[in-house]
Write a protein that binds this ligand. Structure first.
Ligand SMILES: [Mg+2]
Length: 250
């Protein structure tokens, strides 16, 4: 049997948004890169569709405010692309969570300076891109995909030496504090109005979104996996960013 034939069958499309809303309160947790915007060569190279910020605000109104962006990016970086948004924002994989208006619901510490320096030096020596974040640091190797194994080994070693955790994504590995994950952001927000009591649904394209899918499933909701990646925890799938926009009626 060929490898292609061993991949799991595609998960079914989710019920239509209007159908879910007709059944009761709905809470949406949306990843950003690869979900709302197309993945680009580097984190700064993304093209944000015109009208995305306005569309998300209208969607949040339809949901009674129960919409959160949950991204690996820092919140400052997200709002740099989208403008100041009156939404719940979870950045740094859930390490930093703000309510609309900027009230912090969770704050995490920045990485130790020695770790940030080690990551920056390694990136410079190896032709990689180092992204300094408020609560972590990421090595992007999209330009050098053949270095994946050694980049991961370096990141894992550095994390182990400093009691940190790693998060791997598409051509990126990041060092974060243990416990900062997207499932934690879902759990935190689902204890707060207007998320509490609503059906939680998480939409995302990457490995780090699995924690969000699993948290929603534990709370009676489900995950929607975007793209071709096989998901362990999602119940539904959408094929592309374009399909996400259509499903969200943006
Ligand atoms: Mg993503």
């Amino acid at each position: 049997m060929s490898r292609a034939m061993e991949t799991r069958p595609r998960l079914p499309a989710p019920p239509r948004l209007a159908h879910l809303l007709a059944e009761g309160p709905l809470a949406l947790f949306l990843d950003f890169d690869g979900t709302l915007v197309e993945i680009a060569e580097g984190p700064d190279a993304i093209a944000v569709p015109q009208g995305l910020a306005g569309g998300l605000q209208r969607l949040a109104s339809r949901l009674g405010g129960a919409l959160a962006l949950v991204s690996g990016r820092s919140i400052d970086n997200l709002t740099g692309f989208l403008g100041p948004l009156p939404l719940h924002l979870a950045g740094s994989h859930g390490g930093h969570v703000l309510a609309p208006g900027g009230t912090p619901l969770r704050e995490a510490e920045p990485l130790p300076a020695s770790v940030a320096e080690a990551l920056g030096g390694y990136a410079q020596d190896n032709g990689l891109l180092y992204e300094r974040k408020a609560h972590g640091g990421a090595l992007h190797y999209r330009a050098r995909p053949e270095r994946e194994e050694e980049v991961h080994r370096f990141a894992a070693g550095l994390a182990a030496d400093h009691g940190l955790a790693t998060k791997a994504g598409k051509c990126v590995i990041e060092l974060v504090w243990p416990g900062a994950d997207k499932g934690g952001a879902v759990d935190l927000l689902c204890r707060e109005a207007p998320f509490a009591g609503a059906l939680p649904v998480f939409v995302g394209d990457d490995v780090t979104d699995e924690d969000g899918f699993a948290a929603c499933a534990r709370l009676g909701g489900f995950g929607i996996a975007v793209g071709e990646r096989n998901s362990a925890a999602a119940r539904h799938s959408l094929a592309s960013v374009k399909d996400v926009h259509a499903w969200l009626e943006l």
